[in-house]
Design a protein. Structure first.
Length: 167
């Protein structure tokens, strides 16, 4: 991959990698399920969706993360609308929470999963996103993807009548 590296060497992500414990595969470190930055971004996103407030609390929450990462803060001059702030939050979540298995669920919650995934499927060839597994959210009206309900849940709950659409 790189001429100055030994043959077969690859780059890898060492986020939350513990070099102290041996063997490495039996680390005593816990993998974080949710981080403070994730909570701040969720609150900033929710405040923005309730209503855009220039230089309000949502800006403070977003800027706390940006300043901690060594980036400059945003203000009402750089993000003048609710949509611009929404895009800034989405970008911040993508970067701050990279390799933490959050992106897929964010795209699904925002209702843009099909658009992002279909682009990748087009590169692969004649694949299409399984639109029969999308439903409209009853409150937001956005399309979102449903997983199948596990079979064991039907065994545990006799009130479950049918599988999610498309399965």
């Amino acid at each position: 991959m790189f001429p100055d590296q030994p043959k077969g060497s690859l780059l890898y992500i060492n986020k939350f990698f513990n070099e102290v414990d041996q063997p490495i595969t039996q680390s005593t470190w816990n993998f974080p399920i949710i981080r403070y930055a994730d909570v701040l971004l969720m609150r900033a996103e929710a405040l923005n969706e309730i209503g855009y407030v220039p230089n309000g609390e949502a800006f403070d929450l977003l800027n706390e993360i940006r300043v901690n990462a060594g980036l400059g803060p945003h203000d009402a001059l750089s993000l003048t609308t609710q949509q611009e702030f929404r895009e800034a939050i989405r970008k911040e979540r993508r970067v701050e929470l990279a390799f933490e298995s959050k992106r897929y669920f964010d795209l699904n919650r925002w209702g843009i999963l099909r658009d992002k995934i279909q682009f990748q499927m087009d590169i692969k060839g004649e694949l299409t996103f399984p639109s029969n597994r999308l439903i409209q959210h009853p409150i937001t009206g956005k399309s979102y993807f449903l997983y199948p309900i596990p079979l064991v849940e039907f065994s545990n709950n006799a009130n479950l009548q049918e599988q999610n659409p498309g399965y």
